[in-house]
Design a protein around this ligand. Structure first.
Ligand SMILES: Cc1cc2nc3c(=O)[nH]c(=O)nc-3n(C[C@H](O)[C@H](O)[C@H](O)COP(=O)(O)OP(=O)(O)OC[C@H]3O[C@@H](n4cnc5c(N)ncnc54)[C@H](O)[C@@H]3O)c2cc1C
Length: 612
């Protein structure tokens, strides 16, 4: 075996080709490698002849739809064209891109080449160039708000471009469960009920001056139109009623107890079986943009707004190392999402949550705030962060794994001290909000006994990780402990032993009585923690997204620091969502705000631009 390796290494010597580019030599053949992707293992098969990479085929992968999937499709072609691994990752899907490179490197090594040398081979750098374009409306950001805005502005007759800073469209929207709210039959009664339910939902965790009823009302007014628009362009959905925030945990944290959920009409996409249907909405919108030839510029971050002398918007600039693209436009719509991925901004607006794991898309860096403030836009001085999930593997926080799941409901969750702070079958939003309310965005321990352990699993739309795999912890992704006694477990996980043992004893007592008088967990999920060996898995608290951004009015126009609108400047979605909430998230409202305000801003911006 060793001998063979030496022989192959000699064969793999680097040679310099006639044109001066370094090329590698390979032992011709097809090789296979399996590497860790973003969500799970990826297997890649690579065919080499003596001097070139001829083919790269991804034979097994479970990456996120319309995210990692884009890298799976694009990276092989890029690597073959460059004959090297010094190619750029697909921005927005860097982990999957890196995994493909790692797999090709592993295959190259099997073929006798030096992977390090392969990483150094890059396509010739393109010369930076400046370009100028002219449109009626330019939309900045390609999540649901941006795609809706572009689609609607185009439908109104405007000449539209959408610029997106990542290498793919979708933002946070692509990763949602694809459930959103609306007015089902355009009736006034349904609308009023919906507005009332929305406002009621915000009474539980209040914030002075928020939400703004007129903004919710304006959104409800066009909800039916915006949903009909989605239907007309090909989105298949069904109506599902009664979904909302589980309020039990939040209320208890606030001092009083109540339970129940908020009734509202919600829509769901039926023909997609997984739990993340958001990609389907993005796909339908994306297909519409393609079909209608709407200009989409990927890898094109909006960096600066252009203004006319009269204070109206004149366009937007995208300045990168590849050069400067100037988009002259009569109207610009900022749909850049929230800012949870911008640590400096988090420290400024939400210091308590700065440094938390984030489930927001990597592009959510608050660029609407940066660009808007630079031209005098008003920024909400009261901003909020919504908690979201517990994850066993913080690597899965961003787009994947356990991120959208609730807790494992038939087990016991304790804080880092050892006390129980929420019901395990409550919504994960409430559970993480609970930790944030305590001023400790932190982790929890999931306590499991040997009766329950076999049933635990991390379930995603693409794959399931069962108990065996979690406990084996092959890739060191989880923090898992197993002990014979609860006292030993307490010591291992660092909780206060007396408090922890009391918590378990009390919890077991509730199980015996069949009533969770502390938090109201369903009786059938009250399973005692009494059969060793005992297990603890660390779950990390992870925020979902930010609520704030720049101030807009009922027409989605951006408001300046002096209270007047900035003519031609609009914003929609998480870039300007503060007005819709007090201090609590309302289940399935993010997409509602993004899609409806996107629709509204596209319509209004187009009408403004065409009048100008
Ligand atoms: C994990 C998760 C699950 C969720 N589930 C649900 C759900 O089931 N239902 C629901 O209603 N809501 C849900 N939400 C909330 C919902 O995702 C958001 O409210 C909504 O998607 C926001 O859409 P958006 O278009 O404003 O932002 P995004 O979808 O984040 O899009 C913003 C886009 O702008 C791009 N961008 C940023 N800066 C620039 C720039 N300078 N130039 C160009 N482009 C830029 C970003 O790259 C991104 O593509 C969820 C959120 C998360 C994080």
């Amino acid at each position: 075996m060793k001998k063979m390796l030496i022989v192959t290494l000699i064969v793999s010597a680097v040679f310099v080709s006639a044109c001066g580019t370094k090329k590698l030599s390979y032992t011709a053949g097809t090789y296979e490698a399996t590497v860790r992707g973003h969500n799970a293992d990826i297997t890649v098969s690579v065919t080499f002849d003596n001097s070139a990479i001829k083919d790269i085929v991804v034979t097994d992968a479970h990456e996120t739809k319309r995210v990692g999937e884009v890298a799976l499709n694009e990276m092989p072609g890029k690597i073959i064209a460059a004959q090297g691994l010094g190619v750029d990752a697909v921005a927005g899907a860097t982990i999957t891109s890196a995994a493909i490179k790692a797999a090709v490197a592993a295959c190259a090594k099997q073929a006798g080449a030096d992977p390090e040398a392969l990483y150094k081979i890059a396509p010739a750098a393109e010369k930076a160039k400046d370009e100028t374009y002219e449109y009626d409306v330019v939309v900045v950001g390609g999540g649901i708000a941006g795609m809706m805005a572009a689609a609607k502005a185009h439908e109104q007759g405007a000449n539209v471009a959408l610029i997106e800073k990542e290498g793919l469209l979708g933002g946070s929207s692509v990763n949602t469960s694809g459930v959103w709210q609306g007015n089902p039959d355009n009736s006034d009664d349904a609308k009023e009920l919906w507005i009332k339910a929305w406002l009621n939902s915000q009474n539980e965790v209040t914030a002075v001056g928020f939400p703004k009823e007129e903004m919710i009302r304006a959104t409800a007014d066009i909800s039916y139109d915006s949903i009909s628009f989605l239907k007309n362009i090909g989105l298949n959905y069904t109506v599902r009623h009664q979904i909302g925030l589980d309020k039990t945990a939040l209320n208890t944290a606030g001092g009083s107890k109540a339970s129940g959920s908020i009734a509202s009409t919600t829509y769901v996409i039926p023909d997609v079986q997984d739990t993340k249907r958001g990609w389907k909405i993005c796909e339908v919108l994306n297909d519409y943009l393609v079909k209608e030839n709407i200009a989409v510029f990927l890898n094109t971050p909006g960096t600066k707004l252009l203004m006319n002398g009269d204070g109206s918007v004149a366009g937007v600039v995208s300045e990168t190392k590849r050069g400067m693209k100037t988009f002259k436009a009569k109207a610009v719509i900022l749909c850049t999402g929230g800012y949870h991925q911008n640590e400096a901004m988090m420290k400024k607006y939400m210091p308590i949550s700065a440094g938390n794991y984030s489930a927001s898309a990597i592009g959510n860096t608050g660029d609407a705030i940066t660009m808007g403030e630079a031209v005098g836009a008003q920024v909400y001085d009261n901003q909020v962060v919504f908690g979201g999930y517990f994850v066993f593997n913080p690597r899965d926080v961003y787009r994947g794994g356990y991120a959208y799941s609730d807790t494992i409901p038939n087990t016991l969750y304790v804080s880092k001290y050892g006390d129980r702070r929420f019901k395990e079958d409550g919504h994960a939003y409430s559970a993480t909000a609970m930790y944030n309310i305590y001023g400790e965005p932190t982790f929890v321990w999931d306590i499991i006994d040997s009766d329950a352990i076999a049933s635990i699993a991390i379930r995603t739309d693409m794959y399931t990780i069962g108990a065996d795999e979690i406990l084996a912890n092959k890739n060191g992704l989880y923090e898992v402990y197993k002990t014979d006694t609860l006292a030993e477990l307490a010591e291992k996980i660092g909780v206060i032993p007396t408090l922890f043992l009391k918590t378990v004893e009390h919890y077991n007592d509730l199980c015996d009585r069949g009533v969770d008088s502390d938090w109201g967990k369903s009786p059938q999920l009250l399973e005692k923690i009494d059969k060793g060996p005992f297990y603890a898995i660390k779950g990390y608290s992870c925020d979902r997204s930010t609520v704030g951004g720049i101030v807009t009015n009922v027409n989605s126009e951006v408001v300046s620091q002096n209270g007047a609108v900035i003519p031609g400047l609009y914003a929609a979605g998480d870039a300007s969502n503060r007005a819709f909430y007090g201090g609590a998230y309302l289940g399935a409202s993010g997409l509602t705000v993004a899609s409806t305000r996107g629709y509204m801003s596209g319509r209004n911006a187009a009408q403004y631009a065409l009048r100008k």
